[in-house]
Ligand binder design. Sequence first.
Ligand SMILES: *Cc1c(COP(=O)(O)O)cnc(C)c1O
Length: 371
Amino acid sequence: MSTAQLSPHYIRAIAPYQPGKPIAELAREMGLNEADIVKLASNENPLGLSPMAKAAMETALGDLALYPDGNGYVLKSALAAKLGVDLEQLVLGNGSNDVLDLVARAFLAPGTSAVYSRHAFAVYPLATQAAGAIGIEAPARDFGHDLEAMLARVQPHTRVVWIANPNNPTGTLLDNAELERALEALAVRSLVVVLDEAYVEYMDPRQRAPALDWLKRFPNLILTRTFSKAYGLAGLRVGYGVCRTEVADLLNRVRQPFNVNSLALAAAAAALDDGDFLARSKALNDAGMAQYEAGFRRLGLDWIPSAGNFVAVRVAPGGDATPVFQALLRQGVIVRPVGNYGMAEYLRVSIGLPEQNERCLAALAAILGKA
Ligand SMILES: *Cc1c(COP(=O)(O)O)cnc(C)c1O
């Protein structure tokens, strides 16, 4: 027997997560200059990071020989004040993916199940499977979550329902009233609901779900957010969950004691105060989304209206987008194929700087013979 076979079958069956192609890797493969490559593949912030976050990290460099504050007191205090919640309701993660994993570890095990939507964020099936639980996929509606279909698939052994709002890679947004009704129905079931709001900062305040108010009404709700997207700190890995104290207490017990490093803690606390950077990130994203929509319209391409910092565009109606993805790579433009999300006709493009978006659109036009 091979050593790998000692691992539980559900671990061996995990399909690896497919990250965006790194710039250095494409440069090596294609013999291109790194400076000539545009990466629009991982929903990263094209503005980089907040200058305040950078300054805070420089100050924190002096203490790197010491372990970080395992309770993340400074960041949690800043978050608690900003969100109007108690410190004890917060769980910090090495990226919000870490928080998703903590939820899976705390609530899932062999013999239980979790429900998620078709085309939903890939980490939900991964975290579910790694915990040995059964993943139940509900069909989508117009690429978005069909909450009624999700509710209908909840089983007595279901312990987690994963909801992304907006969802990645589709960018689809749920109707707040529909979402509220679903949370009401799920509040009386023996499970927790994860509402993943990784892109909430890109939404207009009027569009946003009153998720923090919902926490007061729904004891089984876990809200997750991240510093990776609008805050521009993807490389540092820091995100958080907000929930009832008793749930946060459980999640904190399965958490590694020093899961968030000192630089990330310092940067995130500083970034929270930088409203100017957030506003610039959102304005750039709004303009870039309009740029893509106009470009796609010119090229006669369909796209899925997106509330995130990315957009899924149908470059191969009735076919497979892989050749277009590869042709874009040859032109030094990295986007994300989403065939593994059941969306073979589409590519997901992250919103970049205006000139990066222009390069992507021009390359698409040339490849599709519409230049
Ligand atoms: C990017 C993303 C996250 C956040 O990932 P981090 O681990 O915080 O970098 C979470 N959920 C969704 C749906 C995402 O797209």
